[in-house]
Design a protein. Structure first.
Lengths: 252, 252
């Protein structure tokens, strides 16, 4: 089953790249606007061989990890308080919904003014752009916990932080996973967006350099890399985590 | 010695706009080491009464005295076992059983010594490393009972713990429950809607009336153990309880 899917995917991508090659050969669009797959690959090899590609990937992922870690920690704490303390939900809860609707790049001007052109600013944008989706997922997760879990735990003497770490978070984990997934997607968009505007190392920066140099194959190449890193993180980390949790919790 | 005393327990429920009196002044005195079964028509509030004894809900009038002191909150001396067990799916069987001990800050080695004893008593030793989704309903209920016994509570509160089990498993657990009671000398309060179950287990059967519920009659069951479900000698008692229950069920 899995093998067949993989075969289909391989055929699809070979076809896609062939069509791309054919289209670029027809010269419908000039070559400096629409590069051929070969030129993009050449550019990838070039940026890889001088190390700038890996340095860019590393920088972006590092920022992602730090920003996402802050977002997950802060988002979970806030979400638990919103779910367990009614007054917090009624007050901060409404603000969270509003803040979540702000696209992460809209935080960039504020971040530049507050942090200057530093890593801190980019991490701020990444964290704040993804924190509230984690908050909302945590809130929903904790609200949907089977109340008997909480009652049984309280009955056995769990309260406060003990209750949160040993019961609320693990019980809400199936929801948290989807929150983390959404959070990571927002964080990745946030990192790249911020790097574009900050123009300070990372994949977003390389993308911007490509634009400034009118180097269309670099733009294509970096976009491909951004996509592939995304697929890799999603597949390696989140898919596995999700599968494990779903079967453990008896949901599959 | 009186272990538990319910004094004129009244509990209201909000139903749409009007107020329903679920418990209309329940009085009950339970001696140390008694096995008291609570039977009544469905919706009469016997489970609510149990939850009030556990301290998970507060009565609108009256009070519960435990060893002569009023109950204000939930505590490890009164442990409740829920109908569906409310086991934590993110923990292995052994960790479920040790949960209360962990909350009490008992070190790991001591915890596993204690839990081994109860896992053994409930014939769960083989399943210590299983997750709950791998267990049958009967096994889960054994784990739930072990998890409660580990706390060494003075009073065990059981809320229709065998209602979801198939007949064979239930009959087996009814015998085991009697052995546990004889071995541990716990005071047990056991909610059930099954009259046979009540006469097999209880030293006393308290019959609840329909809403607003009070205790209509207390019937002593003075008969040798272990009692079996098919024992004809319990039949007259079961008829007596049913004749008390029938008019109440009709009213509901």
């Amino acid at each position: 089953m899995k093998k067949i899917t993989l075969t289909k995917q391989i055929i699809f991508y070979i076809a896609l790249i062939s069509i791309w090659q054919l289209v670029s050969m027809t010269n419908i669009w000039p070559n400096n606007l629409f590069p051929s797959p070969y030129e993009v690959a050449e550019d990838l090899v070039y940026t890889a061989s001088d190390g700038s590609l890996f340095f860019g990937i590393g920088t972006s992922i590092l920022r992602l990890i730090v920003g996402l870690a802050i977002a997950i920690a802060g988002g979970m704490i806030l979400g638990i308080f919103m779910a367990r303390v009614e007054i917090v939900n009624q007050t901060i809860g409404s603000l969270v919904l509003g803040l979540q609707s702000i696209p992460s790049v809209a935080w960039v001007p504020l971040a530049i003014l507050w942090f200057g052109l530093t890593d801190g600013g980019i991490i701020f944008v990444t964290a704040i752009g993804s924190m509230f989706s984690v908050t909302i997922a945590t809130y929903n997760g904790v609200k949907n916990i089977n109340p008997h879990y909480i009652e049984a735990a309280r009955n056995m003497g769990a309260k406060g932080t003990q209750l949160a770490t040993y019961v609320l978070i693990p019980a809400a984990f199936p929801y948290l996973i989807s929150g983390f997934k959404q959070g990571w997607a927002f964080a990745w968009r946030g990192v790249i967006g911020a790097e574009l505007l900050f123009s300070f190392l990372g994949l977003g920066f390389l993308l911007n350099v490509g634009r400034q140099l009118n180097d269309i194959s670099q733009v294509f190449a970096i976009m491909l890399v951004i996509m592939m890193v995304g697929i890799a993180i999603d597949g390696i980390i989140f898919k596995r985590l999700e599968n494990k949790v779903m079967s453990r919790w008896g949901l599959r | 010695m009186t272990k538990l005393e319910a004094k004129n327990i009244v509990k209201y429920f909000k139903h749409d706009s009007h107020r329903l009196t679920a418990l209309g002044g329940v009085n009950l005195q339970i001696e140390d080491g008694e096995f008291v079964c609570l039977v009544g028509p469905s919706g009469c509030g016997k489970s609510t009464f149990l939850r009030i004894v556990a301290g998970l809900e507060t009565p609108d009038e009256g009070e519960i005295l435990f060893d002569g002191k009023p109950v204000t909150t939930t505590g490890p001396e009164r442990i409740i076992v829920f109908q569906e067990g409310a086991l934590f799916p993110w923990l292995k069987v052994q960790d479920n059983v040790e949960f209360g001990l962990k909350m009490a800050g008992i070190p790991k080695e001591e915890r596993s010594q204690i839990s081994k004893r109860y896992l053994d008593m409930m014939q769960l030793t083989k399943f210590a490393d299983s997750y709950t989704y791998q267990l049958s309903t009967g096994m889960k209920q054994r784990v739930a009972i072990a998890r409660a016994l580990v706390m060494d509570p003075d009073v065990l509160l059981m809320d229709e713990p065998f209602a979801a089990l198939d007949a064979q498993t239930r009959d087996l657990l009814l015998v085991e429950m009697q052995l546990i009671w004889e071995k541990t000398k716990k005071t047990i309060l056991f909610v059930t809607h099954n009259v046979t179950e009540a006469t097999v287990l209880g030293t006393k059967v308290a019959v609840f009336s329909n809403r607003p519920s009070t205790i209509k009659k207390i019937i002593n069951v003075d008969y040798k153990r272990p009692r079996l479900v098919e024992d004809q000698n319990l039949f007259p008692l079961q008829q007596e309880i049913l004749s008390e229950l029938r008019p109440e069920v009709k009213k509901s």
